[in-house]
Design a protein around this ligand. Structure first.
Ligand code: PLP
Length: 433
């Protein structure tokens, strides 16, 4: 599988380089030059494949010439080891629950698969790989769990002190082993700046084989396409199947486009956002205007300049018209999102998280205004207990906390206390063995 940089189509790398580097030297995102079709016999018989087998078939179609079947199966079996059930909620609306992994959000799929691929590609290298990652909350938990105990890789996670929830902090700071947490006296932007500066520091680069686990890595995008196939396995194929994706950086939606290009018969996409709505605005007007983000209750979607937008444009050969034909965009404020959580709960007894609720709003509007016969599958991106206060306020009912999250409360936090200055961070990194 060869990939090009979205900043320069003649900057071409192999999959291994794209995975280990994340971002091209010219700051472009890696995109496959060709997107292979999945075998027709596989597409026609999805119900005969388990979820890890689906992951294997899709991976094999995309880059099977590059990794042996044996190794690829190992990667899929280890990474895709929890379910993604389709749950009917309304007659025409189902959810695809993506929160059954260790950190209770869909980011587990990407993080686990990326960990396995990186471990595979760095095998045989002399020095172990050190992954530096800054997190504002959710990504860190998924990355920590995804890379935990992965041979040949250690992970250093930087998070802003006092600005992640208690449970998020526990997800980062209680694993130990190859996962190290640094509590930074500063903001998320400070954490990100420390990581960026570290990548440019020649002494650190001599001591460590540094890599990043950020969300634009192609190894996080590919596995997010698997669950569209897994959803189709569970859906009625005779209906008009539309997928609605609550979106921030648009990785999830881009992965859906990838699945469609591989031959999965997805009829249409809905991009659902909170008031950070540069993509819905673009779909309407053809004018792309990134903006500073505004804070909302669906905070994992508070993104004003979505990093995967460029990839979406490339998938449609930069044609606004073509993109708007395939994707409808809708945006909602916090007040409507709160009401929608209550409505879904009182209509159907289903508890949606704030991100999922934004998706339900868009699904309903699309069915009412555009296609009365569509069946919409809303991606439920996080478990409602991750947003406990907000959800309980909306539905006036207690939310059950899954055991693996509740168990964290009793674990002891271990984090290195560091300031937001680069010299202190570097000194700490240089002293580690
Ligand atoms: C990351 C995240 C999103 C946004 O996903 P993108 O792929 O960045 O669009 C939505 N919901 C939750 C709960 C998330 O953690």
């Amino acid at each position: 599988m060869k990939l090009y940089s979205t900043n320069n189509k003649s900057n071409i790398v192999e999959l291994k380089q794209a995975v280990l580097k994340s971002l091209a030297d010219d700051k472009g995102l890696y995109m496959p030059i060709e997107i292979a079709k999945a075998p027709q016999a596989f597409l026609d018989n999805l119900e005969h494949f388990t979820f890890p087998e689906i992951a294997f078939q899709v991976s094999k179609a995309l880059f099977g010439d590059y990794i042996s079947n044996f190794d690829l199966w190992k990667i899929c079996e280890r990474a895709i080891n929890f379910p993604a059930p389709v749950v009917p909620v309304y007659d025409q609306i189902s959810t695809l629950e993506l929160f059954h992994g260790p950190s209770l959000a869909f980011k587990d799929f990407g993080a686990r698969y990326m960990a396995q691929l990186m471990s595979h590609f760095s095998k045989g290298d002399d020095s172990k790989l050190t992954i530096l990652v800054a997190t504002s909350g959710d990504t860190g938990g998924a990355v920590a769990a995804g890379f935990y105990n992965t041979p040949g890789i250690e992970v250093v996670i930087l998070y802003p002190s006092g600005r992640v929830s208690d449970l998020q902090e526990k997800q980062l700071t209680t694993l130990g082993g190859n996962i190290t947490a640094c509590e930074i006296q500063g903001s998320f932007d400070d954490c990100q700046a420390l990581v960026k500066t570290a990548f440019l520091d020649s002494e650190l680069k001599t001591k460590y084989n540094l890599s990043s686990a950020n969300s634009i890595n192609i190894a996080r995008l590919i596995p997010q396409s698997f669950y569209y196939f897994e959803a189709f396995k569970q859906l009625n194929r005779d209906q008009t199947n539309v997928f609605c994706i609550p979106s921030g950086n648009f990785g999830n939606l881009t992965a859906g486009l990838l699945a469609q290009r591989m031959g999965l018969p997805i009829d249409h996409f809905i991009a659902a956002t909170n008031l950070n709505k540069v993509v819905p605005d673009y779909l309407q007007s053809g004018d792309y205007q990134p903006k500073p983000s505004v804070a909302t209750i669906s905070n994992a979607m508070d993104v004003g300049a979505p990093s995967n937008f460029t990839r979406m444009q490339h998938l449609f050969d930069l044609s606004h018209q073509d993109m708007a034909k395939h994707i409808s965009g809708y945006a909602y404020d916090d007040a409507s999102t709160m009401v929608e959580m209550k409505t879904i709960h009182s209509d159907k007894g289903y508890v949606a998280d704030p991100h999922g609720a934004v998706g339900f709003l868009a699904a309903k509007q699309y069915i009412a205004e555009v296609n009365k016969n569509a069946h919409v599958t809303v991606l439920e991106t996080a478990h409602p207990s991750k947003f406990l206060g907000t959800v309980e306020e909306a539905i006036s009912t207690k939310v059950d906390i899954p055991k693996r999250l509740a168990d964290l409360q009793d674990k002891t936090k271990e984090a290195h206390q560091l300031g937001n200055d680069f010299d202190g961070f570097k000194a700490w990194l240089m002293e580690r063995s």
